[in-house]
Write a protein that binds this ligand. Structure first.
Ligand SMILES: [Zn+2]
Length: 138
């Protein structure tokens, strides 16, 4: 098989507060603990974007990495870096969890991959927290 994948690594810093409008104050505190603190807190997120495809016989590559970098920077890094995620319109009705964030990043990128296809989006939030999304398994 002449398939392979390439993973690029990006970083952005953002703040958030885990709070669900569907839960009471007490329930929010019970579910999210100190992450529900009204003052919010920040993370240095590490984003891993994996593109899978056929190795081009001329270039030896599966995608155009420079174009991928530009798209991820425009669509994701510039949007979130040094922002409060709770103020992003996409999060007006969703909790700013890693699960929702990694799925949203997938949606922002999946139709814009220059060559090959998006295989996986990974997001490191803290030393002990990693989130991953590979599309809906339908
Ligand atoms: Zn957090």
């Amino acid at each position: 098989m002449d398939h392979a994948s390439v993973t690029r690594r990006y970083q952005f810093a953002a703040s958030h507060r885990l709070h669900s409008p569907l839960l009471s104050e007490e329930e929010n505190w019970r579910v999210f603990g100190k992450c529900n603190n009204p003052n919010g807190h920040g993370h240095n997120y590490v984003l891993l974007v994996t593109v899978e495809g056929t190795i081009d016989p001329q270039t030896g590559r599966v995608t155009d990495v420079e174009t991928l970098d530009r798209i991820v920077t425009e669509a994701v890094v510039d949007r979130f870096d040094h922002r409060d995620l709770n103020h992003d319109p996409e999060f007006s009705s969703r909790v700013t969890t890693g699960e929702n964030l990694v799925r949203m990043i997938w949606d922002l990128l999946v139709k814009r991959i220059p060559a090959g296809q998006l295989e996986k989006v990974g997001l490191v939030e803290t030393r002990d927290n990693y989130f991953e999304y590979s599309g809906d398994l339908v």
